[in-house]
Design a protein around this ligand. Structure first.
Ligand code: TYD
Ligand code: MG
Length: 465
């Protein structure tokens, strides 16, 4: 039997301790433990010592049993449907995380309105804004006439009781899970125990009723979904809504999806009338490109199944500091360090006395190692002052040995580049031969030294070494 008395719950990961301590052993966060009453039994759960002792006998099934492939509920917002894997699955639960103000409520209101207009019953429960505020926003987006059922409530028992009345909704949005509280959990609203208890009650409702449930979760400074880390493994899909404050466009990215691929992205642009879909992101990311400046290379990337071209910008300038600065926006710091080390060791560049700044234009976050070649090209270009060919795209992975390795989905990258009017591709030597027939001039590199030589040959002056 568990000991009764106060317990201390880590507000970052949900680990429970019987004694207070400064640092959570489970996730390493400092000062994250707060006192909470003993975790109550799962609200609405049927676990009693009696029923557990006797247990109910259930029939086991085979894998080859009956499956019901419920039709997905398609929102009709292409960029959203792509990320969910082709529409919402009835009875599934989605968690959407993102910084405050990024546009989660806006996106979900648009999805609700689209489904409601399509004849589905949709319920939007706001725990943060009053119904008046939600209406005002809907009006601004021209969605006020959509037959969405709206409520401003925070108690999950009341919400579930209300949802169980009348026709089963196709979609229920809870904005946000951090504002929900359950009367059967003894902790204060906003604590991990409350968030977990509320989420459990709502998820049970979704699973039993067959309604699709979307939970909104806020994100902390370091990019974790605050509190509801504990919710992440209870849900079927986790999507994150990202964007740079200064840019109008937003990226919806799948992080976990039991019903589809996780690497798909949906691109939106925030306008005065809500979010509009961006069906050709490459054109958006390349807009306003300065083709006559050194340090810029176009990377032919792939996000999920979709090729996306982005400009990688580098600035390499002599430093006055003892330890030169390395700053990256939109790419991994450690990956940049690796490319710099390879360029120094195998490309003969001297970067130890230079600050290095790297930026993925437009605010996109690139996760692919295939960006190595474009990053290396932009760095060499900035250092040497050589302008890279404006009509060329770069992709390829760089190994620690300096070898340039082939990457996947070459054909799609080349097709996208050709579609956008590029004339050449600078890519790894070897690998499957998809390039011919793309209409692009192909220039292949097997080693970073070849890349350095190629770019240095275009330099106005020679100061590579
Ligand atoms: P919101 O959806 O409330 O963000 P979240 O729910 O993620 O906190 O979006 C708020 C921001 O979006 C706000 O800064 C204003 C902007 N916005 C527009 O630019 N146009 C619009 O039509 C709407 C509704 C919001
Ligand atoms: Mg909101």
């Amino acid at each position: 039997m568990a000991k009764r008395g106060p317990t201390y719950t880590c507000q970052a990961c949900g680990a429970v301790y019987h004694r207070w301590q400064g640092k959570c052993d489970a996730c390493g966060t400092w000062s994250s433990l707060s006192e909470e009453a003993q975790a109550a039994p799962v609200p609405g759960g049927r676990v009693s010592s009696n029923s557990r002792a006797r247990g109910r006998v259930f029939a086991l099934e085979t894998l080859r049993g009956e499956t019901q492939d419920a039709p997905r509920i398609v929102a009709g917002i292409g960029e959203l449907d792509r990320v969910t894997g082709g529409g919402f699955v009835p009875g599934s639960v989605l968690l959407i995380g993102g910084d405050p103000g990024i546009g989660k409520s806006t996106l979900l209101m648009q999805a609700c309105a689209a489904l409601a207009n399509g004849g589905h019953r949709v319920v939007y429960v706001s725990g943060e804004e009053s119904t008046g505020q939600v209406r005002l926003r809907a009006e601004r987006m021209g969605l006020a006439d959509a037959p969405v059922d709206l409520a401003a409530e925070t108690n999950v028992e009341d919400i579930v009781a209300t949802l169980n009345q009348g026709q089963r909704p196709a979609l229920v949005v809870i904005d946000s899970i951090q504002t929900m509280w359950s009367g059967e959990v003894e902790s204060a609203p906003g604590t991990v125990t409350q968030v977990r208890g509320s989420a459990q009650a709502l998820i049970r409702y979704a699973k039993t009723s067959g309604a699709c449930l979307i939970l909104v979760g806020h994100v902390t400074k370091d990019g974790q979904i605050a509190g509801p880390r504990v919710v992440e493994h209870m849900v079927d899909a986790v999507l994150s809504f990202e964007g740079e404050g200064a840019h109008a466009f937003r990226v919806l990215r799948g992080q976990k999806n039991r019903f589809g691929a996780t690497d798909e992205i949906g691109v939106f642009e925030m306008t005065g009338k809500g979010l509009s879909e961006v069906t050709n992101p490459s054109a958006l990311f390349l807009a306003g490109r300065d083709q006559a400046a050194p340090g810029a290379a176009v990377f032919a990337g792939v996000e999920g199944t979709r090729p996306v071209l982005v400009e990688i910008q580098a600035l390499v300038s002599p430093t006055s500091l003892g330890t030169p600065r390395r700053a990256v926006v939109g790419w991994e710091n450690s990956r940049l360090a690796m490319v710099l080390a390879v360029l120094e060791t195998h490309g003969g560049l001297r970067l130890g006395q230079h600050d290095v700044y790297l930026n993925v234009a437009g605010g996109l976050r690139v996760n692919e190692p295939a960006a190595d070649l474009a990053v290396a090209a932009s760095l060499i270009s900035s250092l040497t002052g050589a302008i890279l060919p404006a009509e060329g795209v770069y992709f390829g992975e760089i190994a620690l040995s300096g070898a340039i390795r082939p990457v996947s989905v070459t054909a799609a990258r080349l097709r996208e580049a050709a579609k956008l009017g590029f004339e050449a591709a600078l890519l790894p030597a070897g690998g499957a031969d998809f390039g011919e027939g793309s209409g692009l001039g192909l220039r292949r590199f097997g080693h970073v030294a070849e890349l350095v030589a190629d770019i240095a040959a275009r330099a106005p002056r020679r100061d590579v070494k």
